[in-house]
Write a protein that binds this ligand. Structure first.
Ligand SMILES: [Fe+2]
Length: 505
């Protein structure tokens, strides 16, 4: 693990250079929400922080004064900041919840960098980040999703950080919008949400601040750049396009509030700045010639869930060829990006289970209307597009399910001879649904019913993938408990996908 802020700040390394100014009017440390970086390219990356004296301060303002604050930043090639290669000043605007996004360019490819901020004499923790390489070189990335704050401690984020990946992919449900005890885990709750179900901008800002104040989450941000994309709970449970799952009349306003707070709290580029009720998070991130990440938005452009949502049998509407989950524009953008990709691996980061998952043992089918099963015709179109694009080694990375899964994606899941066109790796939750369990009988039943699924685990955890030109090796990391702190992470299963085979071994 690289140096802590305290260690890096020792030995006269405080930023006291010319032009930085000695004024110190913020009475306490404003870096209570940590630091982060994201969306690396071959020559740049985004640095992020948000100032808050008191994360749960009134009106989502984090205890900050109603004025703008000048924030200095530094980027160095060493963790002691002996060689600072860039520095600058940004204004943390109170109208933007004192968030700071520094979009860097002109850096060297394939390099590790360290960054920190200073505001009115206070020094932030140190973050480590990196740029994407220009040449083929191996990549270790982690995949995480679903971190309900009440349901358990973020030990899984801590363990992820300890593995020091090059990159972290977060596939949504970074926060949950529920009121305190609005959604309880089977084993109860270990912490309590800020008051009320999130609806106003202040609510979402405060909720993000509560989550970001967690030290384990801060450690995971500090270790590597993140690629983030929201799912439903950053806004509201199971929202679909313009439709609220609770029928709230003011959903457009809520969605705009949630988007603004999401942008303010994430290391996203300017291209993701929300414009009212819309926000662009589907985007591509290239990791040199080795990998292209295609990040999807499976909420904003989708049709409402079929048959009034839920886990349902006998819903013909879900098969309707006119239904869309990605929206026509995004689907075209994805298939075009796959067809034009020269990358050795094409990693499609998205939220909801893509493989068919029949929850009913024996005859008949019962599936989740909120996942791709509820948009089955578009799934077939998409998987056909994967095949026809000729893109090398498509692998779908998924969150949402609160269980680890490894699955083959096929053009026809009911036909054992149907060709596999991609592999799906689904990460379990960081915290959502509490400790979890290992129910061998239920796992065996689900796999028997869905033979394209080869692994399932209902415990908490994350994925660590090691990728090179020859293979993708995926470790499904699991923790036995999160209701107490300190659980070790173990590798529950390891799969290898050899390049060129679209198959799990
Ligand atoms: Fe979730």
């Amino acid at each position: 693990m690289f140096l802590s802020a305290a260690a890096a700040g020792a030995g006269g390394l405080l930023l006291t250079g010319a032009g930085l100014g000695p004024s110190r009017t913020l009475a306490r440390d404003p870096f209570t929400l940590g630091i982060a970086s994201g969306d690396p390219s071959g020559d740049g990356v985004v640095l992020w922080t948000r100032l808050a004296l008191d994360p749960l301060g009134l009106n989502g303002r984090g205890g900050m004064p109603v004025r703008d604050v000048e924030v200095q930043w530094q980027l160095a090639t060493d963790e002691r900041f002996a060689t600072v290669v860039r520095r600058g000043t940004e204004t943390a605007r109170w109208k933007r919840a004192h968030s700071v996004h520094v979009e860097l360019e002109g850096l060297e490819p394939g390099r590790e960098y360290f960054y920190r901020f200073r505001a009115e004499g206070h020094l932030s923790p140190v973050g480590r980040t990196r740029t994407a390489p220009a040449a083929l070189s191996p990549l270790t990335f982690a995949v995480a999703a679903c971190a309900h704050y009440e349901h358990g401690y973020y030990t899984a984020y801590r363990r992820l950080a300890e593995q020091e990946p090059d990159l972290v992919v977060h596939l949504g449900d970074y926060i949950y919008e529920y009121a305190p005890r609005g959604y309880t885990a089977p084993g109860g709750s270990v912490r309590r949400h800020t008051w009320g179900k999130c609806a106003t901008l202040a609510d979402y800002r405060m909720r993000h601040a509560q989550y970001k104040s967690d030290a384990d989450l801060q450690a995971a941000h500090a270790v590597a750049p993140w690629l983030v994309a929201f799912d439903d709970h950053e806004i509201e449970n199971n929202w679909a396009g313009d439709v609220s799952s609770t029928g709230a009349p003011s959903f457009a306003r809520r969605r705009a509030n949630a988007f603004q707070a999401y942008y303010e709290n994430m290391p996203l580029r300017r291209s993701s700045v929300p414009g009212g009720t819309s926000m662009r998070v589907h985007r591509r991130v290239d990791w040199g010639p080795l990998a292209r990440f295609h990040l999807l938005d499976t909420r904003q452009f989708r049709d409402d869930q079929a048959c009034e949502d839920g886990i349902r049998a006998g819903c013909d509407d879900r098969l309707d060829s006119g239904r869309t989950l990605l929206g026509e524009d995004q689907r075209g953008w994805l298939l075009d990006g796959l067809a034009r990709s020269d990358a050795r691996w094409n990693l499609v980061g998205q939220q909801i289970l893509m493989a068919q998952r029949d929850a009913k043992a024996g005859p008949g089918t019962e599936v989740n209307m909120d996942s791709w099963d509820g948009y089955a015709a578009e799934r077939t179109r998409l998987l056909t597009g994967f095949r026809d694009s000729g893109a090398a080694n498509p692998v779908v990375l998924t969150g949402d399910a609160h269980m680890h899964h490894a699955a083959d994606l096929k053009l026809d899941f009911d036909d054992p001879d149907s060709p596999r066109v991609a592999v799906e790796l689904v990460t379990s939750s960081i915290a959502s649904d509490g400790d979890g369990y290992r129910d061998e009988a239920r796992v065996a039943e689900t796999i028997a019913e869905n033979p394209h699924i080869s692994y399932l685990d209902q415990r908490r955890g994350y994925l660590v993938c090691r990728l090179d030109t020859e293979e993708l090796r995926a470790d499904f990391r699991t923790l036995d408990y999160i209701s107490r702190r300190g659980a070790p992470a173990k590798t529950g299963a390891r799969f290898t996908i050899p390049a060129g085979q679209s198959a799990l071994t």
